[in-house]
Design a protein around this ligand. Structure first.
Ligand code: NDP
Length: 284
């Protein structure tokens, strides 16, 4: 039997409707909408599309947004000046710097300048640290979206063996922490993992966050697993995941497609974090 497809677009729409309703309440209570500022530096085509989608999603969810498109030769001090201005802007609750930044600019230094309360990407040491300690936090959007997609299957995460392939600071590590918070037994794999298939085959919940087209094949998947494919790999004008969908769909019980799986939920969690940051500022 082929796996049930986890429809990220549909789930994201439901979330966005709820966020829109909460934004409307926020507007009534505070006389303004929650606000997100998005900074894009340079001419990376994929980044420009991501930013456009984020701004459109804000509009749909009644979240105020402002976009700043800076040239590729922007200086570190210009970027920092903009971030300091946005940190002080009371209309702005969340600041997102679209990565990658142009060559020569240290992304960590730029991201560190964002006020932690406005770090809706959840990449700052404050937010990542809060996540690690299990406290209230703005969790990184893609991992938070993955958790919602897993929950949408109705499967109880508690006690399940979750295997995350990938250990980046923006996906693999925060997702492992979120899965732990949901009481999964978590294994994190990476490029130095020995005999990866032997581990992935144990997974009740398997996440591919590798960045290699169709890296995880059906024969690496346990029958009945929930498979979450984070990968976005562009090849010949098409998008591919980190999971080989054709073979995986025969083994998994639930699987996310690429596109239309994790991607829409990532943007949704950005909206959710912006609303959360706005409410936190007003102790709502
Ligand atoms: P990174 O390149 O930062 O991390 C990739 C991870 O995969 C690393 O931990 C690396 O291990 C591991 N890896 C690489 N090769 C292997 C291998 N042969 N076996 C096992 N593990 C391996 O990528 P990101 O985490 O930023 O992104 C991962 C994917 O998710 C990409 O396709 C990206 O485009 C996509 N993505 C999608 C998003 C969405 O909204 N859908 C959002 C963010 C990312 P090591 O640490 O040892 O190098």
């Amino acid at each position: 039997m082929a796996a049930e497809i986890i429809d990220g677009k549909k789930i994201a729409e439901q979330y966005r409707a709820a966020i829109k309703a909460s934004s409307a309440k926020f507007l009534v209570a505070h006389g303004r909408k929650p606000g997100l500022a998005v900074i894009l530096a340079g001419d990376d085509a994929a980044s420009a599309v991501y930013v456009k989608n984020k701004i459109a999603a804000c509009e749909q969810a009644d979240i105020y947004s402002s976009a700043y498109h800076l040239p590729a030769n922007v200086s570190k001090s210009e970027l920092l000046e903009l971030i300091h201005m946005l940190n002080a802007d009371i209309k702005i609750d969340g600041i997102l710097v679209q990565l990658p930044l142009p060559k020569g600019i240290n992304a960590s230094e730029i991201l560190a300048a964002i006020h932690p309360q406005k770090d809706v990407d959840g990449f700052s040491t404050t937010q990542a640290g809060n996540l690690m300690l299990g406290g209230e936090c703005l969790a990184a959007c893609t991992p938070a979206g993955c958790i919602e997609l897993i929950k949408s299957t109705g499967i109880d995460i508690t006690g399940k063996h979750a295997v995350v392939v990938g250990r980046s600071n923006i996906v693999g590590k925060p997702l492992a922490l979120l899965l732990l918070q949901h009481h999964a037994t978590v294994t994190v794999c990476h490029s130095k993992t020995v005999n990866l298939p032997a581990i992935t085959k144990q997974a009740d919940i398997l996440v591919g966050a590798v960045g290699i087209k169709e890296f995880i094949k059906g024969d690496m998947i346990k029958k009945g697993a929930v498979v979450i494919d984070v990968g976005i790999n562009r090849f010949d004008g098409k998008l591919y995941g980190d999971v080989e969908f054709e073979s995986a769909v025969k083994k998994a019980f639930y699987i996310t497609p690429v596109p239309g799986g994790v991607g829409p939920m990532t943007i949704t969690m950005l909206l959710a974090n912006t609303l959360k940051a706005a409410c936190a500022i007003h102790n709502m």
